[in-house]
Design a protein. Structure first.
Length: 97
């Protein structure tokens, strides 16, 4: 299993636009082959700082999503709203309860 985290810092004027974008696409993202779930998180102190945490069955599943038509539409629209560069990491899930 692969746990993917993406930390994003949005322009303050773009937060609601991103939330609308995520709402439109969240089910399609979560429905990608191999995606177990996807969560959207937000800093309570800095609402313009958000992130996604997703769990994928394999790295190949994550890679397939990252080269999909869906990602090709969602990511450029998301990037246009950033205040600074995002930070993404993938981790192998070693244990969960």
């Amino acid at each position: 299993m692969i746990l993917r985290t993406v930390q994003m810092h949005f322009r303050p004027d773009a937060v609601s636009e991103f939330l609308q974008l995520f709402e439109i696409h969240r089910e399609a993202i979560a429905g990608q082959p191999g995606c177990q779930w996807v969560h959207l998180i937000q800093s309570p102190e800095h609402p313009e700082r958000m992130g996604t945490v997703s769990l994928w069955e394999t790295q190949n599943d994550l890679d397939a999503y990252r080269t999909s038509e869906l990602f090709g539409a969602v990511w450029p629209a998301t990037k246009a709203l950033f205040a600074s560069r995002p930070h993404a990491e993938s981790h192998r899930l070693l244990w969960r309860s």
